[in-house]
Design a binder for this molecule. Structure first.
Ligand SMILES: [Zn+2]
Ligand SMILES: [Zn+2]
Length: 454
């Protein structure tokens, strides 16, 4: 059988600086080049020095979250002649995300964060753009390397965020499918994954929610209804609501939900404030929606909802009931959501609604663990605030439930499953679920930096 080898270049393992070297015979393909969200400077990079002297034939980026995209300018600088494959939709998003990443790195250095250095600048993003080749999902492309290796690749929408794709590689009778980050559920904003039918030889499977069990009888839709109930109750009681959101995907999804609720008379009239990056990305979404009917958010939703950009110097909660739809999703220090939480937490009538994953080490994760009536320290502001607002959590994840992913994996009838994109405990759940039907030795969890043959 021809050699197919994998090397995970994300040194700490788990979910972090996603970057996978896939070798099909003599062809070298890099899938994703992310930055580790909990690290700064060189530490946050995948181990790109391992492949610096290797001729890379193709770089493929599955989607524009920074844990998949954030190191791309560094990789592109090392391999300036290698084509970078993005989905047609991602081409309208990646530059804005990388520019924001530059600004964050500059700010971290200015704040004196340990190890923080700008890893790239705007000129590097321009260089990336020269290498980018946008590809329409569903169309298969044949590729021949300088070393004479031939394979084809096809992108498929993965439903995780706009532009996100899974990846099918066909190489000498072998079908290798990489799910990327995936959601199978249609939401009001975006269709779920549309993956190819048929058997797969090697399945590279994301495992993010391996330790997360959904509450009995609940689903994404019921969670969305519950969120709207909390919003109505809080606003009618004279309080304000903060929803911390990721700027890419979640912000626009919530905007869509609120707009539909408002149009249906299910939301009391009140000001809605949103933060800047999410608004900029909405312009990209508007462009995407012109060619892609799977995406159903429009810039006019802002006007229809009466939503506007959070003004400089605005003090959340000072003007009566309002909804704050602000990034970041995990209340990272000094972001708009962090500042708004510091202002809203002390008042009993307010509610803070978390709608996505919060790492336990982030301020969002710590606030979720805080006892009512205790005091919460906003470290970056050196501010102690009593915990009086209600803090609620809603499961609106943009990752598939673990059972859905397991069932998808089994339906592919793979010879081998390679576990990726999950913490060790999450991978362990998938291993135990898949090993019995597939057989021991056919579920691989390759250690970081170790090359394995599949
Ligand atoms: Zn993602
Ligand atoms: Zn991810």
């Amino acid at each position: 059988m021809p050699h197919v080898r994998l090397t995970d270049l994300n040194a700490p393992g788990g979910i972090g600086a996603n970057c996978l070297l896939l070798q099909l015979g003599k062809a070298n393909i890099v899938i994703d080049a992310g930055l580790h969200p909990k690290m700064a400077g060189y530490e946050a990079l995948p181990r790109l020095e391992r492949i610096r002297d290797l001729p890379i034939d193709l770089i493929i980026v599955t989607h524009c979250h920074l844990d998949h995209l954030g190191a791309l300018p560094v990789l592109a600088r090392d391999h300036p002649d290698t084509p970078i494959i993005l989905s047609r939709d991602s081409q309208y998003l990646y530059k804005r995300l990388l520019q924001n990443s530059c600004q964050v790195m500059e700010r971290q250095r200015a704040e004196g964060l340990a190890g923080a250095v700008p890893l790239y600048g705007f000129a590097d993003i321009t260089q990336c753009a020269r290498q980018v080749v946008p590809v329409v999902p569903g169309n298969s492309r044949l590729f021949e390397t300088a070393s004479g290796e031939r394979f084809s690749f096809t992108l498929f929408p993965s439903g995780h965020i706009p532009g996100a794709v899974g990846l099918l590689l066909e190489y000498r009778q072998r079908r290798i499918f990489h799910t990327g980050d995936v959601s199978f559920t249609d939401t009001p904003m975006l269709d779920g994954a549309r993956f190819p039918p048929g058997k797969v030889d090697t399945l590279i499977l994301e495992t993010t929610r391996g330790t997360t069990e959904r509450g009995p009888g609940t689903n994404r839709e019921s969670e969305s209804r519950r969120l709207l109930q909390y919003l109505r109750r809080t606003l009618k009681g004279g309080g304000s609501v903060l929803i911390p959101v990721f700027a890419l995907g979640r912000m626009q999804e919530l905007l869509t939900t609120l707009r539909h609720a408002s149009a249906g008379g299910m939301l009391p009239d009140c000001p809605v404030y949103v933060s800047g990056l999410g608004l900029d990305l909405l312009n990209g979404f508007e462009r995407i929606a012109k060619d892609n009917r799977a995406l159903r958010v429009r810039r006019r939703f802002l006007r229809e909802l009466g939503a506007r950009k959070l003004p400089q110097g605005h003090h959340p909660g000072s003007e009566g009931p309002a909804i704050y739809l602000l990034s970041s999703g995990m209340l990272i220090e000094n972001t708009p959501s962090y500042k708004a939480a510091a202002a809203l937490l002390r008042t009993r009538e307010n509610t803070i609604c978390f709608v996505g994953y919060c790492d336990p080490d982030t301020p969002g994760g710590k606030l979720l663990a805080a006892e009512p009536e205790s005091t919460f320290l906003f470290e970056a502001r050196d501010q102690h605030v009593p915990v009086r607002a209600a803090i609620e959590r809603f499961d609106l994840s943009s990752h598939a439930d673990r059972e859905e992913l397991r069932d998808f994996a089994l339906a592919c009838e793979p010879r081998v499953v390679v576990l990726s994109h999950g913490d060790p405990e999450a991978r362990a759940w998938f291993r135990s679920e898949l090993e019995e039907p597939l057989g021991k030795g056919f579920v691989l969890d390759p250690p970081p930096l170790k090359t394995v043959e599949v």
